[in-house]
Design a protein around this ligand. Sequence first.
Ligand SMILES: [Zn+2]
Length: 440
Amino acid sequence: MAPSTSTAPFDETGPPGPAGSPKFRKARPFRLRLPPLALMRLLGFWALVAVGPMVRPPAAGEEARPRVWRFERSDVIVAADFDGAGAAEAAAEDADSIEVVIRPENTPINNSAWYAFQLTAERPRRITVRLSYRGGRHRYPPKLSRDGLAWRPIDPADYEPGRGQAVLRLDVGPEPLWVAAQELWNTPRLEAWMDRIAEHDEVTRRVAGRSIRGAAVHELLISASDEPHLVILLGRQHPPEVTGTLGLVHFVERLLEDDETAVAFRSRFHVLLFPLLNPDGVSAGYWRHNVAGVDLNRDWGPFKQPETRAVRDAVVHYRDERGWRPYLLLDFHSTRHDVFYTPAEDAEYFPPAFVNRWLDGLDARLPDYRVRRQATGSGRPLAQRWGQRQLGIASVTYEFGDHTDRRLIRRTARAAAEEAMAQLLAAAEEAQPAAAAAAP
Ligand SMILES: [Zn+2]
């Protein structure tokens, strides 16, 4: 698919958001305030330091690789020493030509060829950077930033994509230039977002479990209801899938607004949110896997990984210990285009026909947007399949396109949240008489 040719800056700061609740009113305007560069670099450093000796990383010797490259031939410095950085090697072909090698954590692997690094140079000028892919192909058009927070797509005139490589022309100087596959929503940035969401009166935050490297698998619980209805939201099983994170962020922020629908929804439903299932993979700039080299979205049956077990155990805890009834599981991802991976047409789950009702309703809300849906065919142990088979509920893998306009992501994710709330309220209403009739 052709990348967007727009070079407009991404709308990173999101909606004015849930300013209505008392806590949010007290808080600063609804705009991400992120840790300063120095702190982000420090966190990246600690993420690397935290690598324990007990786990063998997927790529042998990976942790011993230099993370900052300096060259005799060039004053350009390539740095991949921050959280989310991804670059395997770098070399100077001459003073103004740098090669950055991009390599996956292990193989075989889905071609989500992530990269993120910083460039500085003593002398301000335009240089050429060649991204060279080993074990994969170029997928993501570069995004550029001067502070790691505000990003814009590279100007198409400065970019020659190919299969095994891509050539970029970039203006470097003493101030760092960030170059990344997608705008950086790394662990510090997601944690900053979670901090702010957790300021809401109805939100509590806890650590559901730990990754292999000991990073927190965070759980946010939106809970203001006396009723036992539950929705489950998952994100970032796959590290490069930033547009999935953007979708999740907008979806959740819509649930926390103070309009009639959202307030009514939260008065009846609890929402259990896990925005960062693969913190190790995100921090290490992986393409797909956790540090055991496993695709977490193929572990919802074996449950051999601590990250997936933590989420499963939390969901089961709320269901069995608190008696909450799950209704819906949404697992946010990214792929080539926007698509909803749904249960098969003849699949049985609770609430009956929910997925079709929700997506039909979304279609009606967005007349100029195509709501693509595709039944998940195989028997792979996906989170979606676990939700459908083991929890017996409506379960959807919600995919946002790599190149989908960021404002469109916001618009569609908010509409999807609005329609989901309306349909969930209707489903709770329908389930009520049945439950009452079944009571002794
Ligand atoms: Zn994915």
